[in-house]
Ligand binder design. Structure first.
Ligand code: SAM
Length: 235
């Protein structure tokens, strides 16, 4: 049995009771980085064998799969948040499903859901692109195509590249494109920045940027249309 276990994105108190129970009951914990996971496990007084899961190494995927096929209960974790969401895990899940191994995905912390919920811009559709490709041309193409769908576009970004990314957003989608930058979610220095892509790039470019970011790219406010105020027949 394979359990996918989300872990906190910044605040250890965000671990769920079920995540703790699952980690305690597992035969082994499959980790992105065993040292980071050991810190988490010891914080909660859990002692378990940990094994590195390296998605890019087929032998590592096979080893984990063998353990599962041998009847072991494994908990898959990543360094933060939900495994498989811009994090390793999907190949093992795919192989486990194909091998008829039961997979259970626990709900829990993920930066994309946390940022969107606090953005106050949509309760419906959005496009999540995770980390955009490193090459500016490819990133711009993907961004433009996603923005065409008329939904907010959500991306992950590191502090080292966030200014460059905001500049790319301004260049590709327009300087006045509204952006919400959710920084250091659930941590002491959690911060929500709201503004246009160009202005935010200018402001952030003036000082050293720290922390992890979720960028939510919104659309400029549209004048209200009459049909938007018509009563919804389903309400
Ligand atoms: N699996 C994780 C999840 O479920 O959100 C994502 C892991 S991905 C490697 C790491 C990226 O997630 C960071 O570069 C950042 O963009 C975003 N992220 C993670 N923790 C965050 C936090 N506390 N505040 C803002 N963004 C965060």
């Amino acid at each position: 049995m394979l359990y996918i276990v989300p872990t906190p994105i910044g605040n250890l108190q965000d671990i769920t009771l079920r995540a703790l129970e699952t980690l305690k009951a597992a035969d082994a914990v499959l980790c992105e980085d065993t040292r980071r996971t050991q810190i988490l496990l010891s914080h909660f007084g859990i002692s378990k064998p940990t094994y590195r899961y390296n998605e890019n190494d087929p032998r590592s995927v096979d080893r984990c799969l063998e353990a599962l096929k041998g009847g072991k209960t494994c908990a898959l974790v990543s360094d933060c948040g939900t495994p498989c969401i811009s994090d390793p895990g999907w190949k093992l899940v795919k192989e486990a499903v194909a091998a008829g191994i039961k997979v259970s995905s626990l709900p829990g912390p993920s930066a994309v859901a946390c940022a969107l919920a606090g953005a106050g811009i949509t309760g419906g559709a959005f496009t999540f692109l995770g980390f955009l490709p490193r090459k500016a041309g490819k990133a711009a193409k993907l961004l433009a195509a996603a923005y065409e769908l008329n939904h907010p576009v959500v991306i992950y970004e590191s502090p080292y590249r966030v200014v460059k990314m905001l500049e790319l957003i301004a260049k590709t989608l327009g300087e006045n494109t509204p952006v919400i930058a959710a920084r250091e979610l659930s941590k002491v220095y959690e911060e929500w920045l709201r503004g246009t892509a160009a202005e935010m790039a200018r402001q952030m470019g003036q000082k050293k940027v720290l922390g992890e970011f979720v960028l939510i790219i919104d659309r400029p406010a549209q004048p209200e249309r009459e049909e938007d105020n018509e009563p919804d027949p389903y309400f």
